[in-house]
Ligand binder design. Structure first.
Ligand SMILES: [Zn+2]
Ligand SMILES: [Zn+2]
Length: 377
């Protein structure tokens, strides 16, 4: 009898603590893709409870990055659906865990591509959390800290994130333009800093889209002489307006003549097939060629070994976003120097976002779509 009472007491205890744990989960709604390449539909789900080091953010804006399309189309490997994309997020802090000192309720916070990492490896210790083997992506990630549930992104009314993986957005920032800084901003700012770009350097930016136009703005702000490469005539005037001294339409062969050994630094942001050797040859001796654009896995540009040998002395490297410390530095630099992306604000309804994705795929978006999440029904 005693045993039965003991067991039932234990059962009640376990069940009630499960209920408490479940009650603490946070209801969320957003826009999801339900299959590879599919359109958006409304999606209701829950997020894990706010831990001691977590903050709850009410999403204000989330923007559309080209890599969101790669994920929704399964260009970069197997994905799990429904998927709520969005890794360029800005919002208002509405709740904080008891250990959080970096944020208080009412602050503005930004979230980028990652929401957790091991915190102990050499990468994490060096502030390069993006290279941690346990880095957790903001969406389509396995949340190893919460029973491997799949993370969901910013096309939603809220997000719960560790304070360490959110940046403090100054109150005077232009909020509707902040979100793209969290991926497009840091992805281009970081290699410009890694290669120590300074006044007077000859810099080329290949690919003049969401990432590329941020790269142009940062390089111009750093005092570089900037040349833009793209495959359209449509953006020639925009490049000049942003301070580029030259625009090259790669489709016009005559414009490419005499450009070998010209640049101290070239940044490729191109997300589709192209000829990387062409840019390697344009890099000066001791110059850097940095690559951040990532085309689909089944449509990868290639270098020939001989290109490296014949272009000896050039440094080629890849770069992914930036660590959290550098992301905060980028954000502060951008706000202080009034460097923001060119944005088009759209409503958070399924049809509008589905159409926006089609436009991005067709190259019809000029730079960045930003979804106004306050319009989510
Ligand atoms: Zn991105
Ligand atoms: Zn780590």
């Amino acid at each position: 009898m005693k045993k039965i009472i003991g067991i039932s007491f234990l059962l009640v205890f376990v069940l009630s603590s499960m209920t408490i744990a479940q009650e603490k989960r946070i209801p969320a709604k957003g826009l999801a893709v339900y299959e590879a390449g599919g359109g958006f539909k409304p999606y209701e789900f829950t997020r894990h409870a706010i831990g001691d080091d977590d903050i709850l953010i009410e999403t204000m804006y989330a923007s559309i990055c080209h890599s969101d399309l790669h994920h929704t189309h399964q260009d970069w490997g197997t994905e799990i659906y429904p998927m709520v994309p969005g890794h360029e997020i800005v919002g208002k802090v509405v709740k904080v865990g008891k250990n959080v000192t970096k944020f208080k309720v009412g602050d503005y916070a930004g979230v980028g591509c990652m929401v957790n990492s091991c915190g102990e490896c050499d990468y994490c210790k060096a502030g390069l959390e993006q290279y941690c083997k346990k880095v957790m992506m903001t969406y389509h990630g396995k949340d190893w800290a919460h029973g491997n549930e799949i993370t969901q992104g910013g096309y939603s009314n809220n997000i719960v994130v560790k304070d360490r993986f959110a940046v403090l957005v100054p109150k005077n920032a232009d909020m509707k333009k902040v979100a793209p800084l969290l991926c497009a901003g840091i992805t281009t700012y970081s290699p410009l800093r890694q290669s120590h770009i300074k006044k007077g350097d000859n810099v080329a930016i290949a690919g003049f889209g969401g990432l590329g136009h941020m790269a142009v703005k940062y390089a111009v702000a750093l005092g570089a002489k900037v040349t833009v490469f793209d495959i359209t005539e449509d953006k020639r005037a925009e490049a000049a307006k942003m301070g580029a001294i030259k625009y090259v339409n790669v489709n016009n062969e005559s414009e490419l003549k005499g450009m070998d050994d010209s640049f101290d630094f070239i940044l490729s942001t191109i997300p589709a097939m192209y000829n990387p050797s062409m840019y390697l040859k344009m890099t000066k001796f001791k110059g850097d060629f940095a690559i951040v654009g990532l085309p689909a896995f089944n449509n990868q540009p290639t270098f020939k070994v001989m290109d490296f040998v014949f272009c000896a002395g050039r440094n080629v490297y890849g770069s992914q976003i930036g660590g959290m410390k550098e992301t905060q530095e980028m954000l502060d630099y951008s706000v202080t120097n009034n460097i923001y992306p060119e944005v088009e604000i759209i409503k958070a309804n399924a049809d509008t976002v589905t159409q926006a994705y089609k436009n991005v795929l067709a190259g019809k978006v000029k730079f960045r779509y930003v979804i106004d999440m306050s319009t989510l029904k």
